[in-house]
Design a protein around this ligand. Structure first.
Ligand code: 13P
Length: 262
């Protein structure tokens, strides 16, 4: 059975003082919730602080991007080993904000994805369509193309040590989440497309939903059969907002485990 997972993406938010309050509250809030996984992806300057406050807890930490090459003359870039130096286990790859505002493409996202894995970091690969693309019935085409940039290029096994995230752009930061049914439909599409290449990989890869997830809607989303947790932006910035989402994952996982038992 796939473990539920909740990932906080702080984006460009935080300060030494506010991070401490948030992380202390998060660690206290998820203590003992051991049937699910919790990760925070923080801005680079705060990786050291995250490492200090989160080591030996059940919350992991990671970066929001990385460069696909190692050391070199690349001003402003951060190499994979720099993330592992600070204990990062995860990194976001191909977030829609990176694609739309920093001109990242399927090709550069694929290269970063591979570089993360080669450094022993689990990539969390983001996919999603715009409102216009959805209205034109292009959701499957866009998400399929983004997924294919990995699985057609590298083979489905490349997802063995990876997490996928479906984040429709029309739901990111808008306060208007996809309905559980809308999200489930795309998650099932993603899983089916992987299954055409490798059934076992499709059955085991975790697919998170992201886009205006809150404590009020998380449980309904996480109960859907192909939604394995959430990638959370705004609601990951305060422990009082984020912990209820982690609790929803834990509660859903607890119910799944109870019904799976003979
Ligand atoms: P919001 O939760 O703020 O909609 O952001 C989602 C997101 O982009 C997470 O990566």
């Amino acid at each position: 059975m796939r473990r539920k997972m909740v990932v906080g993406n702080w984006k460009m938010n935080g300060s030494i003082a506010t991070n401490k309050v948030l992380l202390d509250g998060l660690v206290a809030g998820v203590h003992g919730y051991d049937n699910s996984d919790y990760v925070v992806c923080v801005p680079y300057p705060y990786l050291c602080q995250a490492q200090q406050l989160l080591q030996d807890t059940n919350v992991a930490w990671g970066g929001q991007n990385l460069c696909s090459t190692k050391n070199g003359a690349l001003t402003g870039a951060v190499a994979p080993h720099m993330l592992t130096d600070y204990g990062c286990t995860h990194v976001l790859i191909g977030h829609s904000e990176r694609r739309s505002q920093f001109h990242e493409t399927d090709d550069t996202a694929a290269a970063r994805f591979l570089a993360a894995q080669q450094a022993g970091i689990t990539p969390i690969f983001c996919m999603g369509e715009t409102a216009e693309e959805r209205e034109s019935d292009w959701t499957d085409y866009i998400v399929g193309r983004q997924l294919d940039s990995l699985i057609r290029r590298f083979g489905a096994n490349v997802l063995d040590n990876a997490v996928l995230a479906y984040e429709p752009l029309w739901a990111v930061g808008t306060g208007k989440p996809a309905t559980p049914e809308q999200a489930q439909e795309v998650h099932a599409f993603i899983r089916d497309r992987i299954a055409k290449l490798d059934y076992e990989v499709a059955a085991s890869v975790r697919i998170l939903y992201g886009g205006s997830v809150t404590g009020a809607n998380a449980e309904q989303l996480f109960e859907m059969p192909d939604i394995d947790g959430g990638l959370i932006g705004r609601a990951s910035l305060k422990a009082e907002d984020f912990v209820p989402i982690c609790r929803a994952a834990h509660a859903t996982a607890t119910r799944c485990l109870a019904t799976a038992k003979p």
